[in-house]
Ligand binder design. Structure first.
Ligand code: PEP
Length: 303
């Protein structure tokens, strides 16, 4: 049996498992490495794989500097050791990235941008490049959030360019997809989501897709208090995983984290995360509440 070194909150980068594609947990030895919540599941499409749960907190355009720092400090304390078992990212507003990064200190909670430009630098007034996010200690970027697709008219092509730019700057893209209520009511939910995923991953290699997290976020569930049923979420996630298998291969499909977003809170997280292809959540409103977000992370770690 291989004895895995105990991971501290600061030395994960030295763990040999970190050489694996993002989301793939080693099956070295007879037991999962210490500190890793191994979710060894057969997905709805019959792929057996182990994925490390992922929870992201999207703060949107809320708060002010002092409150952002205080929230970060309280989250670090509230989440505690759960961060050793799952991947957790927080996405503060851009102006607060650096201060929140400082407040995170040496915790393994990672810092992310709520968006990134499709370019690494240049004449793009008002935009923030993925390289700049990385420069401030960011490790992740949301791309294609529905509030950007719908308020700012971001197309699938723009979302794909942002995912490529994020990867080029060594950021992990969390690619958001999801149907509107009208599209769901017309019976087109899965086709819409499939088209968005295909477009976002266009031209990416298997290695690059191995770094991507896909967030299925039905638009009608975001910030509305309405949540997809675990069965509906599972159907969409299983379709996305099957698509990854078709576009790449079964091993990659089994390793990519597919998380659910849309009014997730402590009260519904456990049942959503219990679905075999739901690997965690992207959390908006509830990520601003320390107890709620910490509980959601806890449910992800024990799902
Ligand atoms: C989100 O912003 O991605 C989100 C899912 O928001 P909420 O949890 O508030 O629905």
């Amino acid at each position: 049996m291989t004895t895995a070194p105990r991971a501290s909150t600061t030395d994960r980068g030295r763990d040999p498992d970190d050489l694996l594609p993002s989301g793939v947990v080693s099956t070295r030895g007879d037991v999962p490495p210490l500190g890793r919540a191994a979710r060894n599941r057969t997905s709805g499409i019959g792929i057996m794989a182990t994925r490390r749960p992922y929870v992201g907190g999207n703060w949107k355009m809320h708060g002010e500097l002092a409150a952002a720092v205080e929230l970060t400090e309280n989250l670090v304390a509230g989440i505690g050791d759960t961060v050793l078992k799952i991947d957790i990212s927080i996405f503060p507003p851009f102006p607060y990235l650096q201060a929140v990064g400082h407040a995170l200190g040496h915790t393994a909670i990672s810092l992310g941008g709520q968006d990134c430009a499709a370019h690494l630098e240049g004449a793009h007034t008002g935009q923030t490049s993925p390289a700049m996010i990385a420069d401030l200690g960011g490790k992740v970027a949301l791309v294609g959030h529905s509030e950007r697709r719908h308020e700012l008219g971001e197309s699938d092509a723009v979302v794909a360019a942002k995912a490529r730019a994020a990867l080029a700057a060594d950021l992990q893209p969390v690619v958001c997809v999801g149907e509107t209520l009208a599209q769901r009511e017309a019976g087109n939910a899965l086709q819409v989501v499939e088209k968005q995923v295909r477009a976002a991953l266009e031209g990416l290699s298997a290695t690059q897709v191995g770094r991507v997290v896909v967030a299925y976020e039905p638009v009608w569930a975001i910030g509305t208090g309405m949540t997809a049923t675990p069965d509906d979420a599972q159907s969409a996630h299983a379709m996305i995983r099957a698509l990854l298998g078709e576009l790449y291969d079964a091993q990659l499909a089994g390793s990519v984290r597919i998380i659910y977003g849309g009014s997730v809170k402590a009260a519904n997280a456990a049942e959503l995360f219990a679905a075999p292809d739901v690997d965690g959540g992207l959390i908006g409103g509830a990520s601003l509440k320390v107890e709620e977000f910490s509980s959601i992370c806890q449910f992800a770690s024990s799902s």
